[in-house]
Design a protein around this ligand. Structure first.
Ligand code: ATP
Ligand code: MG
Length: 251
């Protein structure tokens, strides 16, 4: 059975995309679901957060520009059942290279095909940079589902329209007709503020079919874990953030 591909994309920075990518991936891996994270962000936060050293030539850069196979770019993490295609700064140049290809939106889909079609992974999670540039667009063209991380803050819904419009365009242009919205994950929910509650309510009212029941709490332990190269499940498994991401994995 081919792997299911999720992309965690949106143009807003610092909203919890990477935290969601690596923690959700680890939660799935802990459930014996073989999972691969592909770090598409030149910032390489998913890579360092999973405790992997950046290494020149190891990123997806080669495979998406037509050189080499993704199978040679996979590294194992410290988490059982969880592998990674790491990122490094070179990936920033990939946008320029991609722009020169005739099929500039379909390069990633082609590049990941060998892992999608192999029986090695059931889930592939793409962690995108905070922009709807060519790397993110390629991820949307390659994915089965888009997961949207929305921070529980004022104007959270702003910008959502933009990415939903991009999804419509990809459908219309028949670049990826089957791309579905997997759901909206509300992140950094602060129990102490009314604002957090109001924002979740607003999204529930407007997009009841898209919002996940699970809301990710703001907890400092989730922000500390990556600096130790650990997921929350190894760093502080009783933390409410760990429980929330486990619930999200089930959903
Ligand atoms: P970028 O757009 O730069 O890629 P991002 O959308 O991937 O950012 P993260 O890197 O996951 O966002 O999160 C931004 C910051 O917020 C990080 O320092 C992260 O550790 C912290 N953070 C994320 N989720 C939580 C949370 N639930 N509680 C507390 N801190 C969090
Ligand atoms: Mg990120």
């Amino acid at each position: 059975m081919p792997a299911t591909v999720f992309t965690i994309a949106n143009q807003k920075g610092g909203v919890g995309k990477t935290t969601t990518a690596i923690t959700l991936a680890a939660a799935l891996a802990n459930k014996e679901i073989a999972t691969l994270v592909v770090d598409l962000d030149p910032q390489a936060n998913a890579t360092s957060g999973l405790g992997i050293e950046k290494e020149e030539g190891q990123s997806i850069y080669g495979p998406i520009t037509g050189e080499g196979s993704i199978l040679d770019h996979i590294v194992e993490t410290n988490v059982k059942n969880l592998s990674l295609v790491p990122s490094e700064v070179d990936l920033a140049a990939a946008e320029i290279e991609l722009a020169q290809k005739p099929d500039y939106l379909l390069q990633l889909r082609e590049a990941i095909r060998p892992v999608v079609e192999s029986d090695r992974y059931r889930v592939i999670i793409l962690d995108c940079p905070p922009a709807l540039g060519l790397l993110s667009m390629n991820s949307l063209a390659a994915a089965d589902y888009l997961l949207i991380a929305l921070q529980c803050e004022y104007l959270a819904l702003e910008g959502l329209g933009q990415i939903l419009k991009v999804v419509d365009r990809l459908h219309e242009a028949e670049i990826n007709r089957t791309l579905a919205i997997g759901g909206i994950v509300m992140t950094m929910f602060d129990v102490r503020t009314n604002l957090s509650r109001q924002v979740v309510e607003e999204v529930r009212t407007h997009l009841p079919h898209l919002i996940f029941d699970t809301v990710i709490p703001r907890t400092v332990r989730l922000s500390e874990a990556p600096s130790f190269g650990q997921t929350i499940f190894d760093y502080d498994r009783m933390n409410p953030g760990a429980t929330a991401y486990k619930n999200l994995a089930v959903e």
